[in-house]
Write a protein that binds this ligand. Structure first.
Ligand code: ASP
Length: 438
């Protein structure tokens, strides 16, 4: 959480050990933990198993925060979304197809390359045996029977059902109150913002602990299997990058055939937002630049930009969905669990929900991934092993999240450019029609 988020953490501004620790970017701390874990693992061998409680505790706290984060993020997004009627329906359809395609691309690539099979890892610790997944029965049980249960059991689907229901109800009440000149709902809206900020502050505390979990898991794993499996995990990076690249190609095709914007024009106009997304690893922080790029550089209508970027951007995290699905499959393959078609369908559904609930901040995908792993009964203790790779993969998937928002915006803008020019007549850039004076 090194990206402009220190203000929420407070201690970074002070002096002393913790302030200095917080000033070091998270990915540097994670990489340092990786190196230290490797050294300690090599020195201690199987004795490094003593570090297990450390990673268990960090994961426990992450799990604790995953559900409030998803609940508040979805509720907030639905309540604040500035879209109604037909436009909202069209946006939803576009977002859903993009996300499902992203996950299918991820699963396809993971099934073809099978990166997990290239990593030879023996399971660490006493991870509980995986219970069988009866997907359809599980799904039926997700309809919440009371308010507390889903939160207590970290049931992501039930929590999202509750958040969507509350969000829609709050919108209706807000409208009714507006007609009567009342503002009670606004107070709840403000409280929601505050709760969201609270969760963010607590999340930052836990992020400060993540290097400890990385250290503990890496030391144990290296103590057992040596460093070779860690190097083999680079296959996972390659596989994810290939899948994200395919998803980018899909966006360009969709923009080419679904809007007046040409792919070259799209890439040139979007480049600043994509670079910002990569360098901040935060699609939320990139939002203003994304908006400016689609509106001023690509040249879509203001309504399309507001709907696609400002509304779509809060729900749409295709890169995150793709990553979470691939990570689940990767860990399953690595441990020799066979995730059959039914389990993979449940990975698809869980990843859609988890990506919607992932706020556009660095590492949010890792937090919500805990819910995906829990739902398909995969051991979450392997998640810290993925974190040393995440400083790079988070940036890549954030760029895809932002590219997804921009592609949806272009399609919302339709096949006729502003000003009524037909698709074929649309110049790639102003210089293409106005010769530069020499
Ligand atoms: N960093 C991503 C984003 O800001 C979320 C994630 O961690 O996947 O969109």
């Amino acid at each position: 959480m090194e990206h402009g988020t220190h203000s929420a953490m407070g201690p970074a501004q002070g002096t002393g050990f913790f302030a200095a620790y917080n000033r070091v970017p998270l990915f540097v701390r994670i990489l340092a933990a990786l190196v230290l874990g490797m050294i300690v693992g090599l020195k201690m061998g199987a004795g490094a198993g003593v570090f297990k409680p450390i990673s268990d505790i960090v994961l426990q706290i992450l799990r604790l925060l995953a559900t409030p984060l998803i609940f508040v993020a979805v509720l907030n997004a639905i309540y604040k979304a500035n879209a109604t009627g037909k436009a909202a329906g069209r946006l939803l359809a576009l977002l859903m197809t993009n996300t499902v395609v992203a996950i299918l691309v991820g699963l396809l690539v993971a099934n073809v390359i099978q990166p997990g099979r290239l990593v030879h890892l023996s399971p660490v610790g006493a991870s509980s045996p995986r219970k069988s997944v009866n997907f359809f029965q599980d799904l039926l049980e997700k309809v919440p029977a009371n308010l507390v249960d889903p939160l207590q059991r970290n049931e992501i689907i039930s929590i999202i059902i509750l958040a969507v229901a509350f969000g829609i109800a709050m919108r209706i009440v807000r409208e009714q109150q507006a007609k009567l000149g009342k503002t009670g709902c606004e107070t709840i809206g403000d409280a929601l913002d505050t709760v969201f900020q609270l969760v963010m502050v607590m999340l930052h505390w836990v992020f400060a602990l993540i290097p400890l979990a990385v250290f503990a898991v890496v030391a144990r794993q290296v103590g057992k299997d040596g460093v070779k499996p860690l190097a083999q995990m680079l296959w996972f990076v390659i596989t994810v990058v290939v899948a994200l690249g395919l998803q980018a190609g899909y966006y360009l095709l969709r923009v080419r055939f679904g809007s007046w914007v040409r792919p070259g024009q799209f890439l040139r106009g979007a480049s600043e937002a994509l670079i910002t997304a990569f360098s901040t690893a935060s699609s939320a922080a990139t939002l203003p630049i994304t908006y400016t790029c689609v509106k001023d550089k690509i040249g879509v209508r203001e309504e399309s930009a507001s709907l696609g970027v400002m509304v779509g951007g809060t729900f749409n995290h295709d890169g995150t969905a793709l990553y979470e699905a691939m990570a689940a499959l990767f860990v399953g393959q690595m441990l020799g669990y066979h995730l059959g078609p039914v389990q993979q369908v449940s990975v698809v559904i869980m990843s859609v929900f988890a990506s919607v609930g992932a706020a556009g901040i660095p590492e949010a995908g890792t937090v919500t991934m805990i819910a995906v792993f829990t739902a398909v009964k995969l051991p979450t203790e392997y998640i810290p092993l993925l974190l040393p790779l995440d400083w790079f993969l988070d940036r890549c998937r954030t760029a895809i999240n932002v590219m997804g928002d921009m592609s949806v915006t272009c399609i919302l803008d339709g096949k006729t450019a502003p000003g009524g020019r037909a698709q074929q007549e649309q110049p790639a850039f102003v210089e293409d029609v106005i010769p530069v004076a020499t």
